[in-house]
Every structure is written in C-alpha cells, then in structure tokens.
Design a binder for this molecule. Sequence first.
Ligand code: PMP
Ligand code: GLN
Length: 410
Amino acid sequence: HARRIEGVDKNIWVEFTQLAADYQVVNLGQGFPDFSPPSYIQEAFCKAVNGGCSMHQYTRAFGHPPLVTILAKFFSKVVGHDIDAFEDILVTVGAYQALFCTFQALVNEGDEVIIIEPFFDCYQPMVKMAGGKAVYVPLRPVRGKALTSADWVLSSEELASKFNSRTKAIVINTPNNPLGKVYKREELQLIADLCIKHDVVCISDEVYEWLTYDGAKHVKIASLPGMWERTVTIGSGGKTFSATGWKVGWAIGAGHILKHLKTVHQNSVYHCATAAQEAVAVGFQREYEHFGTPESYFLQLPERLQHKREKLAACLESVGLQPVLPEGGYFMIADISSVKVDLNDPSTQGEPYDYRFVKWLIKEKGLATIPVSAFYSPEHSKDFENYIRFCFVKEDSTLSSAEAILRNWS
Ligand code: PMP
Ligand code: GLN
C-alpha cells in the first residue's frame, strides 16, 4: 500500500454507523435527518429523472450550468462579492470531495495546515494524504461557565503562535461540528488578520450555514475585507436541503484558487450526478425567489430544529448529562463525567472512555451517539474523553424514544 494512507485506516463513521445498524438502535449518531427533504425538491429530482435523456448523461465537469449559475447568483448576494459562475465555483460529490480537492490542490509535502479543535474528523486524514502536517489549536471552554458553544473560545496568542512561514492554510468550520459554535465577526476577523499577515489560505467549511439559533448570525469569512481572494468556502446540498444521500457539494472562491481544485476534480471524479445537480439547482432557484420570507426552507428548517434542540437539552439535563447548548448546526455535545456506569465490556478495553461509553449505550441501552474525542487530534483527545455527541435533526418521535431510553437509564 501507499505510504499516504498509513494511519488513516480507522473511520469513526464507518465504525459507529455499522454498530448502530447491528444493534437496531434509536439513532442520534451519524448526522442525517430522519425526515424527508421539502416536497418541491423531491419533485424536482423526480422531474429531472423522468425528464428525458439529457439528465441521465454527463454534464459540464465543474458543475451543471443551471446549478453554478444559480449558486453564483445566490451567493453573490450573501458574500457581497460578484461571483463568476464558471470561474469561481466547483460542484463536487458532497462537501467531502470539495474538501479533498482543496487539500490536494493547495497543500505540498511539508506544508502546515492549522486545524481548530474540535474538528470534523476528515480534515486530518485529508491533510495527511496531501503530504501536509496538521497543526492543532483548541477551542477551550471558559472555566466554570461552558453552558453554550459560545463559551468555547480560541486564545488569540495561542492561535497566532501556530502561524509561521510553513503555514499554507487554516481550516475553520462554522457552525461547527460537533460543538455547534457559530464564530462571531470579531473571532473571524482575528483569523482573517493572521491569514492576511502570513499569506495563508482559509478553508471555510460552512455546510451548516443556514442552521443558527437564538439570533446567532452566520458570518462568511470570505465577506471580510481582503478575504475573498484567499478563502475557499465549502457548502453541501445534502445538509442544505436535508438530502444527505444526494452528495452534491461545492467549493466557492476566487478563480485563481478554484482553477487548481478543478485540476484535481477533472482528473479524478470529473463530475457529480447530473439529476441531483439539477434538483439542487431548482432548490436554490426557489430559495432565491423566497429568501427572507416564511416560505424559505433556509428559515423553516432552523425554526423546526430550535424546538428539537430545546427538547433534547431539557432531556439531557434532567438525566444529569450536562449539555453544551449549540448556537448552530444540528449536534449537541454533553458531559458524561457525572454519570457512573459499569463499563465492564472486555471487547472495548483500552479504548478511550467516551468510545467505551458510547458502545455501552448502543449495546446495553439501544441508543446511538458519537464519542467526541474522535473530533480531536491524538495529542489532545485524552483531555476530551468525557463528552458524547447527539444529533437532533430527527423526528420528534425519534427524540422521544431517545428520551425514554435516557429516563429509564438505571
Ligand atoms: N463538513 C462537515 C462539518 C460535516 O459535518 C460534513 C458531514 N455532512 C461534511 C463536511 C461532508 O458533507 P457532505 O455530506 O456534503 O459530503
Ligand atoms: N457529517 C456527518 C456527521 O458529522 C456524517 C459524516 C459521515 O457519515 N461520514 O455526523
């Protein structure tokens, strides 16, 4: 085997999705909705599939023209910059492939890439497979009052100390998975200033951009002065329209950067499914027409989720698990250190405490969640073995079943 895949063979989603299937659990693990996408987008998909030959054939390599056209129109308004549909956008197989193309296109052997912890796990193996070196900087809970994701903050000195002449890029994720932190403008400005000072690219994973609560506002780092030229913004049609299986994602950024991502894409995947791109294009067209009105799915989904977030948080609190209330996204982490359980399963001996706890919860209680230390580097994971992640983009009946399990805990 090639050296680039050494040490990246384990995958949290592969492992825990299989366990959840084996034990037929109530599943608050992997992040996907257990309800259908809005009907107009399902109809758009059916129409595409039934609409004759062309939707079943290849389309433009870098994105189906109707999709890149509406993405450009839509996001030009959001970013406040004129986005060129054919130069500044690459449509990919999910946000995953947008991330992969970005690292492959920009990172050289020995380059350093700064990753803020906790982080969506794939950044690390992707940096490694590109030959780069991941450098970590943690968000830390403000001592004594880590009640919400806003209480997890970066130290500006610590962050600044990670930038040097080898730094090629920094990856940020807002709203963050698994914490739910929504970075404030001032926090993004600090990162932007360092990127500009050290001539570093910012890779901004914004797949949960529409999901914010309690008035938290999602800010695009690409919209800050001097950042459009050096930011690759990544999005996901799957997360946007509750259709994670469609695997339509995108990277948006200045043409002089995006052209390198296109080189990776044209020589590997070439393009993603035409009909799925067509349906996502219809979805964005509709959103463009209804943006800011109650008809907009981008408003309806967070409204629906706000109540689910409250329901889950209240339940966790009542059983003695301390939730960290997320400002965005569809995950909630909870502190398990006050729960005493007898983890005597010999098959999990030697694994991190949260892994053992989650496996116990799956096998003995029939509830799936995800261990949070999976979102940390090997250097820091030991300090974060007391949290597990719950996904709340679920039917109320699913959340109630989880609640029943938690309440009958002992
Ligand atoms: N980034 C983050 C933060 C995620 O949580 C996910 C998982 N959906 C992805 C990227 C990958 O998204 P996609 O399913 O569109 O590939
Ligand atoms: N992004 C999703 C999560 O965090 C799922 C990722 C995956 O299944 N690979 O749960």
